[in-house]
Design a protein around this ligand. Sequence first.
Ligand SMILES: Nc1nc2c(c(=O)[nH]1)N[C@H]1C(S)=C(S)[C@@H](COP(=O)(O)O)O[C@H]1N2
Ligand SMILES: [Mo]
Length: 528
Amino acid sequence: MAAGVAGLAASHAATMALTLRTSPVVAVAEFVIEHVPGQVAENAIEFLGNQDKPVLVGAIVLILLGFSAWAGRLALRAWWLPVVVWVVLGGLGLVAVLTRYDAQALDVLPVTLGVVTWIISLSLITEPLRRADARARAAAASASPEGASAPATTTAPEGEGEATTESWPRRSFIIRTGLVVAVAAGLGTFGELFGRKRRHVERIRRLLSLPVTNPSVPPRVDLSSAGPMGERGLDGLAPWRTPAADFYRIDTAIVAPAIYPKEWSLRIHGMVEREITLSYQELLDRPLSEDWVTLNCVSNPVGGDLIGNAWWSGIRLNALLEEAGLDPRADAVLQTSHDGWTCGTPLGPLTDDRIAMLAVAMNGQPLPIDHGFPVRTLVPGLFGYVSACKWVVDIEVTRFADIEAYWTGKGWSERGPVKLASRIDTPRSGDTLEAGKVRVGGSAWEQMVGIERVQIALDGGAWRDAEIAEVPNLTTWVQWTANLDLEPGDHTLRVRAVSRDGAVQTGVERDVRPNGATGWHEIDFNVE
Ligand SMILES: Nc1nc2c(c(=O)[nH]1)N[C@H]1C(S)=C(S)[C@@H](COP(=O)(O)O)O[C@H]1N2
Ligand SMILES: [Mo]
């Protein structure tokens, strides 16, 4: 039963953390309501009044705990018997969960996590008993070679030894059971408190109406969709504007902080003449700036997809920092998020004419919780780990010499400018294509400078220019495309970019650590 409680608590906490609507138990209750014959339902309602639903959920929990106890006893016979019981129950849970009208793929997770937790807890709890059992059996076997006719206890050398072998496994069984139940209670409570808050914050986020715009992608920028002159879109090319739902997510938070706009505030302090503290409303009362900006993760490998491009709206940091009055000796800010993550950002990019902002919206919507709601920092041209603090609550003006931020304490560079890079989106490595004309494409970026040219080389041959699309500014990636005439056989294709200041992307391969990967993206494919 303890293992069952742990499984239920884990599935409940997962449901809450993922802000799914129904936990598996509730889904089963809804499933029952849906399928119970009308007469039975009516009788139940008549008898139970408006307590019918809590009673139903309670009954399901009790039945599950009953099964759990039974399965625990089955474990005496064979280790796999209880596993079968719980997998079958988990299967029923899945059916209930996936037949909800608002079911989504993620709904599979809580059920799975519950089953796995249950199996692990059961084996953890019973392990001391199983070990003692095996020891007793071994002792019996060695004491009486004729067979297991002699009782195991007669082989214990002394009274005291006997007491030890008898009581220790039980004691550690009871301790482990207590621990599992305590952890389960903690998980359940956490899920309940946190889940409720996140749902509430999410509701408030959806109701917010910010004075932001949501323009469509400028013409001739996005080659992945049909152009204004009837050009065909290139399948397999990542869209130029990344939808928030597809935007990569990187952070150290196991569950993202859920922050009410009302409880949020930002303090700008340190080496300044005047400290500034801003509430969400005070921030929104300031002039808003908006722009297309590509955000990059330093951990993005060559050809990787830890990069996204969006329309961001926010309040410029240069004005705020000027208002605070910067000490001329300062060269950095230490940003801290609501969950305690920190990053050190150079003052230069925060105060020059690029649009470094406290962003409040992404693609015309309030920031998603996972991307920093209510406020995150965004600095074009710097990797996220030194600049893009989500859930930012504190900005201390300081000097690099005096600080250590989360990642710089772990061997990553203090400064993280984004590097000149390019990528092939289509075809993909391992693809099989038909011989003849093939359109290939991808993206390239050199923030604050811009891309002059993108070049490709087929099968190690000479570099030739690809066509590049337009861009609205210097802070976004640019798409490129080229037509190839392919013969049957195995091929490789590589890409490199040339920036507007004439720099050619290096082919030297470097790891993402300490300050971003370099090298040409190369793919292999086959033509039939
Ligand atoms: N609070 C907080 N902010 C953070 C991080 C984090 O771990 N915690 N990770 C950073 C890193 S490494 C990157 S690449 C970007 C990713 O932003 P995204 O998840 O919105 O794409 O957020 C940055 N901001
Ligand atoms: Mo990152």
